[in-house]
Design a protein around this ligand. Sequence first.
Ligand code: GLY
Length: 342
Amino acid sequence: RSLKPSGELRLVKPKDWTSGFYPGVLWFMYDLSRDTTWKAYATAFTLLLEDEKNNARDHDIGFKMMSSYGHAYRLTGNKHYREVLIQSAKTLTTRYNNKVGCIRSWDHHKDKWQFPVIIDNMMNLELLFFAWKETNDSLFYNVANEHAQTTLKNHFRKDYSSYHVVSYDTISGDVMEKNTHQGFAHESSWARGQAWALYGYTMMYRETKNTVYLDQAENIADYIINTAQFPDDYIPYWDYHAPNITDEPKDASSAAIMASAFYELSSFSMNNGELYIRTADRIMTSLSSEKYLCKQGSNKGFLLAHSTGSKPKNSEVDVPLVYADYYFLEALKRKGNLLENN
Ligand code: GLY
C-alpha cells in the first residue's frame, strides 16, 4: 500500500480498501507491455482477493475487485473472474438503503454518523455497471443510478466542490451532517475527494449516457481547473483550502486520478475536450518529472512519490501510495488510446 516512515513496505490484508491496486498495477504492466511475466504475477496477486467477494463490511468492494478481478477478466476473458465480480456486485447491493437512496460507506464511527456516505463511494458503482451489463439484472443499474442521483443532490456545494462525508437519517432519509474525515475542514475541498467526484461522474456518463452526469462532471472539472486552481506544477496540495498553501504536502494520488478522469472526459465533452487533454497532459508531465517519478530501484519499486493518505491523522503524509501508481498507469493507457484513435 505504501512505505512506512522507516522505509519498509507497508503491506495490507485483502480486506483493506487498497488491496486491489497492486494486482491492478501488475495487470496494467501486462496490458501496456504484453510481457507475460507481469500476467503471471498479476494473476497470483489477484487470486489472493477472492474471499473479498463476500465482504459486506464496507463499500470498498468496488475498488478492490474492479482494480484486480476487473482487469483480470478484461484481459483474459476467464469466466471465473466474471463470477467473482458478479458475486462482489451482489454483496455491494446489500449495503444499499432504499429510504436514503445510497450505499452505506462505513460501519465505523457509529457515534458520529448514522449512515455515512463518502464521495469516494462513487468509484464503487463501476462494479455494479459491470454486473448489470453481464447479467441484465436492472437491480445493479438502479442501485448505482439512485446512489449517483442522491449524491449529486446532497454532496455538492453551489460551486460544485464536494463534501467528503454526508450522513443520512435512515428513518426519514434526510441529510443529517455534511462533514469531512480526511480533509482540512468540513467546508474545505479535500483534493482526493474532488478527484473521486470528477472520475465518478465521468464514469456515470460513460455507463448511462445521461447528460445530467456529463454536466456534473464538467462542472466539477470547471471547479477544479478554475475555482480551486492548480499549483504551478498541476499537482494539488492535499486539500485545496489547507491553511499553509505552498507549504503543505502534495497529493500526487489526486493528480493521477484526475489525469485519468480528464482523459476520459475529453472524449465525451462537446466543447472542452482540448482543455481536458491539456490539463491531463500537464499533470502527467509533472508526475513523470524527477520530482514525482521515483528513480528506478528506489522506494521499493513504487512509481510515484509525494502522495498524502490522511493528513488530519498524520498518516501516510508525503509518501508513495499504490493507488497513485494505479491511476497513473491507467492515465498512461488512456492517453495511449486517445493517440491511437486520433
Ligand atoms: N477511499 C479512501 C481514500 O481516498 O483515501
